[in-house]
Design a protein around this ligand. Structure first.
Ligand SMILES: NC(=O)c1ccc[n+]([C@@H]2O[C@H](COP(=O)([O-])OP(=O)(O)OC[C@H]3O[C@@H](n4cnc5c(N)ncnc54)[C@H](OP(=O)(O)O)[C@@H]3O)[C@@H](O)[C@H]2O)c1
Length: 293
């Protein structure tokens, strides 16, 4: 049995489908039974903050996909770190033979937002978890659907990426890699850096978005500090704005521009291009209010 956490999320819903298509036994860990029913697989209702619900969901489970959203701290700590460390401990106690952990591109100690959080979780997994495999994806193409890709104002993309390029990846490709690893327990002790097939700057991203949704989307670039001030004025917490600006400066310096062969190596096919993602999601992008005027 494979337990999928974050099953209703951008990666999880693709992963559940991929595993079902392979006729593998899947149990989704969901907070909302209605969302669980919509997935079309066995599901366990619970919450990562409710240890007994997770322990129950882990009964009879061989492999776990570990993914949760959220970097916003509650009472000064990131819930993701505590939740995932606890999930790792429970998985070990349950005798799980593999945890495939969804991490982030280039995690590091003290990194901003999720970068440091995932590093701390990875360390816990390596030091005290069950056998592990780590996926370190670059930024998600799906961020353009959820509004996380760039903060938008007046229908344009705003950021502080400069000319820095990013090798955005489609969450369906991340899910395909996870499915391959969970299907046969491969990749134990391995870390895979996952990227899309090309690195794009945000002027190019805006031009391609424009062509897809049929109106002009401009990319408006700001200095990192200026951008942090704009975000703060919009109600984003000051600490988050400052951290986001620092991460954007890293992007501007080219730290998210590399491409890797990991998706092809794991799945046997090339990762989806940004244009393919845009075409597949054209209607949703046209309707997305964060890109609407
Ligand atoms: N966005 C990017 O570009 C990017 C790039 C690299 C790595 N990442 C990492 O990817 C991960 C996923 O981020 P995302 O924003 O795309 O989220 P997501 O996977 O689309 O959604 C979060 C999932 O976690 C579930 N969840 C949240 N809190 C939970 C809890 N307390 N108990 C049980 N389930 C819970 C949510 O369930 P509900 O349906 O109930 O809300 C949802 O299924 C994060 O760790 C992030 O750091 C993101």
């Amino acid at each position: 049995m494979i337990l999928v956490t974050g099953a209703t999320g951008s990666i999880g819903r693709h992963l559940v489908r991929e595993l079902l298509e392979r006729d593998l036994p899947v149990r989704a860990f969901v907070r909302d039974a209605a969302k669980g029913r919509a997935l079309g697989c066995e599901f366990a209702v619970g919450d990562l903050d409710d240890l007994s619900s997770l322990a129950t969901a882990l009964k009879g489970v061989d492999r776990v996909f570990l993914n949760t959203g959220g970097v916003v701290p509650v009472d000064g700590e990131q819930p993701m770190v505590r939740q995932q460390r606890t999930a790792i401990d429970l998985a070990r106690e349950a005798g799980v033979s593999q945890v495939v952990k969804l991490s982030v591109w280039q995690p590091g100690p003290g990194g901003k937002l999720s970068v440091g959080a995932h590093w701390a979780i990875e360390r816990h997994l390596k030091e005290s978890g069950p056998p592990w495999t780590i996926l370190q994806p670059n930024a998600f193409m799906q961020n353009f659907l959820t509004g996380q890709a760039a903060f938008t104002m007046n229908g344009d993309l705003h950021g502080a990426y400069g000319d820095g390029r990013m090798s955005y990846i489609d969450c369906a490709d991340i899910a395909a890699c996870a499915a391959r690893l969970l299907a046969d327990g491969g990749g134990i002790g391995e870390t895979y850096a996952l990227s899309g097939p090309e690195a794009l700057d945000h002027h190019t991203v805006a031009a391609r978005l424009s062509a897809t949704i049929g109106r002009t989307v401009r990319y408006v670039d700001h200095a990192p500090e200026e951008f942090a001030s704009i975000l703060t004025a919009q109600g984003v917490p000051a600490w988050f704005a400052a951290d986001a600006a620092a991460l954007y400066a890293d992007t501007a310096a080219g730290q998210l521009a590399a491409t890797t062969s990991a998706v092809r190596d794991l799945t046997g096919r090339d990762p989806r291009t940004f244009d393919e993602f845009l075409m597949a999601n054209r209607d949703r992008l046209r309707a997305a209010t964060h890109l609407g005027r």
